[in-house]
Design a binder for this molecule. Structure first.
Ligand SMILES: [Zn+2]
Length: 310
């Protein structure tokens, strides 16, 4: 008995010192005989769900939030996932440590449902473990952090926002995840630091404290660096991108040359009528002769028959 207690004590000391907190994972299938419940059992299963709850938990603590010290972590000793029948949303985190996953979504999903389930679980597990300023952080930011986890775990779904997509930094989900990725590029560990700051409350000034720049400036620069300032002209979907550094434009042209965009091959030069995007870009650069070089990017310009010169 004494040796048993000694072993337990040593184990707990080891776990504490190395920041490994034991979390108990529970999974309940409330609708095992429905199409979604049957598909869950056949293609995902309870053992796999428990496994990814554990791996996502460790990934979020170590990589996303970088909380080696358990006292920095949200105190969670168990997480319970339920497969339930409801329509929307796909998954929801409730209470402190419960996740509901839609069996109807599992039943209707077209494709690799195991990967999709994993991706959503990484999102929901982030909600379980993240700080949100005790409810004061903008919901768009909270959802953005959860999607950021998905992005960093290489689990984004098809159609996930590209860098620079979206209209607002706190638009939420994948758009905000891309913005957080940009901020993390400026200040490595940004998302971890921001999360730690949001333990008790939220303040938009956290962005400035961590990067030296206010959030609106970061958003503006994120778009400048990654996509550019779109200045629509006669066609809604048509605009210009102004790069601050000429080399950025050169690199972009180089990178886009020969790539396919909406079925058209982009070419840096040449007379092909169907591959004019890059050609126009170069022509415009010369025509406008501006210091910050201008480039055109338009996904539906040709198909709509718009004329940028009008
Ligand atoms: Zn969410």
């Amino acid at each position: 008995m004494a040796s048993h207690s000694f072993f337990l004590c040593t184990l707990l000391t080891f776990l504490y010192l190395y920041g490994i907190t034991a979390v108990d994972y529970q999974v309940t299938t409330d609708v095992p005989n429905t199409p979604g419940g049957i598909r869950f059992t056949n293609e995902i299963g309870i053992p796999y769900t428990k496994q990814i709850m554990g791996t996502s938990n460790n990934f979020i603590w170590s990589v996303i939030f970088q909380q080696k010290n358990p006292s920095d972590q949200k105190p969670i000793d168990s997480v319970h996932a339920y497969i339930e029948e409801f329509k929307d949303p796909i998954g929801i985190t409730w209470g402190n440590n419960n996740i509901n996953f839609s069996s109807l979504y599992i039943a209707g999903f077209n494709g690799d449902v195991k990967r999709e389930f994993t991706s959503v679980m990484y999102h929901e597990m982030t909600h379980v473990l993240q700080w949100d300023g005790e409810g004061t952080a903008p919901s768009g930011l909270v959802e953005g952090v959860a999607e950021y986890t998905k992005l960093k775990a290489n689990l984004p779904q098809p159609g996930f926002a590209k860098p620079g997509d979206g209209d607002r930094w706190d638009e939420g989900y994948d758009v905000t995840a891309r913005f957080l990725e940009y901020c993390d590029g400026i200040t490595p560990g940004f998302v971890a630091e921001l999360n730690n700051k949001m333990r008790v409350t939220y303040n938009v000034k956290y962005f400035e404290e961590l990067t030296g720049k206010p959030v609106h400036q970061l958003w503006q620069e994120c778009n400048l660096d990654l996509v550019g300032v779109i200045r629509p002209r006669s066609c809604q979907s048509f605009g210009f991108i102004t790069f601050k550094v000429e080399q950025s434009l050169r690199d972009t042209i180089e990178g886009m040359n020969g790539q396919s965009l909406d079925g058209r091959i982009m070419a840096q030069s040449g007379g092909c009528g169907d591959c004019g995007v890059m050609q126009e870009a170069v022509d415009m650069e010369e025509a406008m002769n501006v210091e910050t070089v201008v480039m055109m990017v338009d996904r539906s310009y040709y198909s709509r028959g718009c004329d940028w010169r009008s």
